[in-house]
Design a protein around this ligand. Structure first.
Ligand SMILES: [Zn+2]
Ligand SMILES: [Zn+2]
Length: 338
């Protein structure tokens, strides 16, 4: 089969590889479409250590069941599906309480050395398969994965209704967050990014205020609104500057939710956290139940404005480089395999 194989930093090529075979309890899926995640681009650059070559990336995808292994009963050839990309054990203390995202034995498709869905076929365990409802098309369906991330973060956030929210980063996650917090009744919603075209999309998708933190002071913008900081702030970049932006934007006793996961070590002002009694927590992917819940949410939001383009597998090495160089204003790019 054809697959996009990651061979090392900035070296990704379409190669002919052996088609995987479904073992007991596994399902073979013919991939229809797979989104390129920001984490895949970081992996491509070889800086995070979370993609171990040679391997195939891809965890945001939809497809059709092509074959089933032994001991698979309620899934049939031809089913349109999407996949919860975390392989979880089901028996650890976290799985037992439903926190499959925190399973201590988890592996993630298309991460580390686990082959993912930027290929014609991928094998996944049966308990991670979710049938794709008829009202979700396969390209739109690739957005269920990032939507899951956002769904969990908003669900875990405190009192958003009629409260002020700041979102740092207007990439795919930030723009999905914007729409979910608006649906949850947040007001006003401020979105920050250093890319003007992303801010334009945020404005179009309902942001009350958009601003570039390198050009405009957030504190000034907040004081114009007569607020001493926002109630809740989400960090959707994963960098020191945006984490600090979030911590500085919340009001005393405000909540910061960290979603971005890129830079490992950062410096923060601890006195700012202690003397203002700030609340900070991380939000990591989503549980399988939350993933199922996104099926009912996706048609209430605009995903088309976030998908910049749909490309072929052959075009994808060039687009990876384009995404890495940030040379164009691409947001989500989806690889179409059929
Ligand atoms: Zn992702
Ligand atoms: Zn587990």
């Amino acid at each position: 089969m054809r697959a996009l194989v990651y061979y090392g930093a900035r070296d990704i090529r379409v190669s002919e590889v052996e088609e995987p075979e479904p073992g007991k309890g596994d399902v073979l899926i013919r991939v229809i479409a797979c989104g390129i995640c920001g984490s895949d681009v970081h992996g491509y650059l070889g800086i995070t250590g979370r993609r171990i070559p040679p391997m195939i990336m891809g965890h945001e995808f939809t497809g059709i069941v092509a074959d089933t292994g032994e001991d698979v009963n309620d899934i049939s050839k031809g089913d349109r599906v999407t996949v919860y990309p975390t392989r979880f054990c089901g028996s650890c203390s976290f799985c037992k309480t439903g926190l499959t995202n925190l399973c201590i034995n988890r592996t993630v498709l298309g991460v580390m050395d686990v082959n993912g869905a930027m290929a014609e076929y991928v094998v996944v365990p049966k308990n991670t398969i979710i049938k794709l409802p008829n009202n979700i098309d396969p390209i739109q369906g690739t957005m269920l994965e990032p939507l899951g991330v956002v769904y969990r973060a908003v669900k875990n956030a405190p009192n958003i209704l009629n409260n002020s929210v700041l979102i740092a980063g207007a990439g795919t996650i930030g723009l999905l967050l914007l729409q979910l917090v608006k649906l949850a009744g947040a007001n006003p919603v401020i979105v920050t990014d250093i890319n003007e075209s992303r801010l334009d999309i945020a404005k179009k998708l309902g942001a009350d205020i958009v601003l570039d933190p390198e050009r405009e002071d957030i504190k000034d913008a907040l004081s114009k609104l007569n607020i001493d900081g926002v109630d809740v702030a989400f960090e959707a970049v994963g960098a020191e500057s945006s984490v600090n932006q979030v911590l500085n934007s919340v009001k005393n006793r405000g909540t910061s939710i960290l979603i971005g996961n890129s830079q490992r070590d950062i410096t923060v002002n601890m006195q700012n956290i202690v003397t203002r009694e700030l609340k900070i927590f991380g939000s990591y992917t989503y549980t399988i139940e939350e993933f199922k819940a996104t099926m009912d949410v996706i048609n209430r939001i605009d995903t088309e404005s976030i998908i910049s383009k749909v490309i072929s597998l052959e075009e994808s090495p060039r687009v990876f480089e384009e995404l890495a160089q940030k040379s164009s204003n691409l947001l989500k790019v989806v690889i179409r395999l059929d």
